[in-house]
Ligand binder design. Structure first.
Ligand code: GLN
Length: 542
């Protein structure tokens, strides 16, 4: 029997609902249950693919090629359950499904309305594509009281009514602020938030109360009393120094116990030993290295969430702390790279779109190549590494990417056809932008004995997630190879360069895919682990 736990948020946004859901998922897994985590986003975009990283943070990509909210990344990292397209639901997706059905005449002449049609469709999405999981944790984006979340709240209210308390539970996350002028923690915002939920017909079964300090028993008691809950159902979630502490902290406050008690399930308490070890290794590293990430969305670090996490994982793999400098690529267009990159033990150029900042990334790449500093180019970073090598090693000064404009030597060009297993995918240059890139997991074939194959433990085929519209132009492959750039990984049909390495350099690797999406705290991605290993060696040289 699949049970649903709906997680809503109140008072303010950015309270960490995604992490709280991920932590609860990990705790339930630790008790031996099978979980799936889902995210509902109340915006009209059909998916996150067309959204600016500045507004919404990173676009996460699932194995099956869905472009989703970054919370799906938290879920994957905490539970190691691969997210799917069906785990990411948006208002845009729901409405386009309803409207397509209406066009087909499937509503048999009915007036199509938010209630019941849109709400019914939301209920279908929430219950679709399950596989006998014990729990589905479903996070509702936004804050209670937002107009656009109303249909979703109505849908989860109805599901509670239809499936009953044996199968549905509501968890609500709020803020308990400290008001320094009064020297007091305030419960009123939480009370109001719960009232708002009650006015929609939802009584939360557990409250998670974010707070920057200990929540004393009398405050907890007061919240319980005004929100129709028992004392133990009010769970303080106190700020912690590392996100890996969240499952441990939530468990010690009784979160998973309350869930089991609510559903009348008896299960052994989770063994959190491996989480504790993880926290210890993050808190007590054996040294530190400095890595620069030269990107264009650095003002909002969430734009590179998975890269940031994967670098931490790379540090964990080496028992050291990675201190990251986020460097705006545009700065490097005017300043000498030395100024910003001199003391770095590794340089990473992440994914990106559009011309702005690209020349700065190319300067950073050249600096890393010439100074023999470990370099890792991811997607756009690999494409620009090819441009740099073409210009400065292969004597093609007019080399660039057609993403920016037509150029003399288009060493990176638009892809309009490629193979997905045995099916040919086709795109038009002027087609839709949403959901049309080369997305999701594709196989790459690695040259045996290449540096990258060794990093993958000798593997010669790998599967990694992609998200790009442009690709290294195969027509320049030989010329670049003669100049010292080895394309050690290719798509199975041999048409698309997937990885590059420069052998005259200690660690210079570019990949067309996004390895950061598959890195996990308990299984750091081998490329990140090896990159940080190279940065450690570099730190001993300087
Ligand atoms: N803009 C490049 C492309 O579309 C790279 C994309 C990326 O880095 N994810 O191919």
């Amino acid at each position: 029997m699949t049970r649903f736990i709906f997680i809503t948020g109140g008072v303010v946004s950015s309270l960490g609902k995604g992490l709280s859901a991920a932590a609860l998922g990990a705790l339930l897994q630790g008790r031996g249950f099978r979980v799936r985590l889902r995210k509902i986003d109340p915006y009209l975009n059909v998916d996150s693919g067309t959204m600016s990283p500045y507004q919404h943070g990173e676009v996460f990509v699932t194995e099956d090629g869905a472009e989703t909210d970054l919370d799906i990344g938290h879920y994957e990292r905490f539970t190691n359950v691969a997210g799917k397209r069906s785990d990411s639901i948006t208002t845009g997706r729901v409405y386009s499904t309803v409207i397509a059905r209406e066009r087909k005449g499937e509503y048999l002449g009915a007036t199509v309305q938010v209630i019941p049609h849109v709400v019914d469709s939301i209920k279908e999405f929430i219950q679709a594509d399950l596989d006998g999981e014990d729990f589905v944790l479903c996070e509702i984006g936004g804050t209670v009281g937002d107009i656009e979340s109303l249909p979703f709240l109505e849908a989860i209210r109805e599901l509670g009514n239809e499936l009953g308390t044996e199968r549905v539970m509501y968890v609500h996350l709020t803020l308990v602020p400290w008001i320094s002028a009064a020297g007091e923690l305030k419960t009123k915002p939480t009370q109001h938030s719960v009232k708002q939920l009650l006015s929609i017909g939802i009584q939360p079964d557990v409250l998670m109360c974010r707070c920057d300090r200990e929540v004393p028993p009398d405050v907890r008691r007061k919240i319980a009393q005004f929100c129709n809950l028992r004392f133990e159902q009010v769970i303080p979630v106190i700020d912690v120094d590392t996100i890996y502490q969240v499952p441990i902290a939530c468990h010690s406050e009784g979160l998973d116990e309350q869930v089991c008690r609510y559903f009348k399930l008896s299960s052994p308490a989770p063994d959190l030993g491996r989480w504790q070890k993880l926290v210890d290794s993050v808190r007590r590293p054996d040294g530190a290295v400095s890595v620069a990430v030269v990107g264009k969305y650095v003002d909002l670090i969430d734009s590179y969430k998975s890269v940031a996490e994967a670098l931490i994982h790379g540090g964990i793999a080496n028992g050291i702390q990675v201190s990251v400098s986020w460097i705006d690529a545009e700065l490097l267009e005017h300043a000498a790279p030395e100024e910003h990159l001199r003391d770095q033990h590794g340089i990473l150029v992440p994914g990106g779109f559009g011309e702005r900042g690209s020349e700065g990334m190319i300067h950073a790449t050249r600096f890393a190549r010439e100074r023999k500093i470990p370099f890792f180019g991811i997607c756009f970073g690999m494409q620009l590494a090819v441009v740099e090598a073409a210009r400065n090693l292969a004597d093609l000064p007019g080399a660039s990417s057609t993403e920016f404009r037509p150029c003399q030597d288009p060493v990176v060009g638009l892809m309009t056809e490629w193979m997905r297993d045995s099916v040919r995918e086709k795109r038009k240059a002027n087609g839709d932008l949403g959901g049309t890139m080369r997305l999701g997991a594709y196989t790459a074939v690695l040259e045996p004995e290449s540096q990258i194959s060794k990093i993958y433990g000798g593997a010669t085929t790998i599967k990694e997630r992609h998200r790009h519209r442009y690709e290294v132009n195969i027509n320049y492959k030989d010329r670049l190879q003669k100049a010292g750039v080895s394309f050690s990984g290719m798509s199975p049909d041999g048409q698309l360069p997937e990885t590059l390495e420069i052998h005259s350099h200690p660690w210079f690797i570019g990949v067309q895919f996004h390895p950061e999406l598959k890195s996990r705290p308990f299984a750091p991605h081998p490329l990140f682990a090896d990159f940080i290993g190279a940065a450690v060696r570099q730190s001993r040289l300087v």
